[in-house]
Design a binder for this molecule. Structure first.
Ligand code: ADE
Length: 229
């Protein structure tokens, strides 16, 4: 799968996508990420990418022309499954959307800054707007890294144990059950004996019960017992 990401802060994006599972996925050719510096398309001597808001008010807005020039160039070279704008007023990102995006081939992500991008770019190019939560970040870069990571780890071959994404929290609208490793007793705290029993059906049942209990306690909305999005 290929990701193109448009940003004014390429350094901020490089690091989160260059370690551990994401780096291995890139090394194995399962994932390619191209980070595009919008500043190179900026206007004038200062390579300006933003300007004052029409109508007044605090905060700058990212101008149409640099974004449109870069978007046109990228769109001429590839067909994208979605052109995504990361913004706090977008759809709240959730596992269901990550699953769906992971079935695509190419995604284009636009990171906003300041007050965001000119509405006309949203109208003309963007097909999906994503928020990673109800808080405001200083730019879309960390949100873009979250989307690339959440989607990228679902691609076939990225995780060592192919089945492990299936047992993640949220995959069945359930949180994951607790997990334990050695030692079997630590500072007087014992691992639940069932996990040491070798009885696999009983262990599966215990895990299902614990996942449900945890979900009921922490996120009843996922069980349809409260707010559901
Ligand atoms: N840009 C700023 N805040 C954001 C958020 N919560 N989600 C996505 N993009 C953002």
């Amino acid at each position: 799968m290929h990701f193109d990401i448009i940003t004014v802060l390429p350094e901020l994006l490089d690091s989160p996508l260059s370690h551990s599972i994401m780096q291995r996925a890139k090394d194995d050719g399962l994932l390619t990420v191209a980070i595009h510096d919008l500043r190179k398309y900026g206007i004038g001597k200062h390579r300006s990418v933003d300007d004052y808001q029409f109508g007044g008010g605090a905060g700058m807005v990212m101008r149409c022309e640099p974004l449109a020039d870069l978007l046109d160039k990228l769109l001429a070279a590839r067909t994208y499954d979605e052109v995504i704008y990361l913004t706090p007023d977008g759809e709240r990102f959730a596992q269901r959307r990550a699953n769906q995006l992971s079935l695509g081939e190419n995604l284009l992500l636009i990171c906003g800054h300041y007050k965001g991008i000119d509405q006309r770019i949203r109208d003309a190019y963007v097909t999906l707007e994503i928020s990673i939560g109800d808080y405001v970040l200083s730019g879309g870069e960390l949100a873009a890294a979250v989307v690339v990571d959440a989607v990228g780890r679902l691609l076939p071959g990225v995780l060592n144990d192919e089945t492990s994404a299936l047992t993640d929290s949220f995959q069945d609208d359930l949180l994951a059950p607790p997990v334990y490793t050695r030692p079997a007793e630590w500072r007087g705290r014992a691992v639940p004996p069932i996990l040491l029993s070798g009885n696999l059906p009983a262990i599966d049942e215990w895990r299902e019960n614990e996942a449900e209990k945890r979900t009921r306690e922490r996120r009843p909305d996922l069980l349809g017992e409260g707010l559901k999005d």
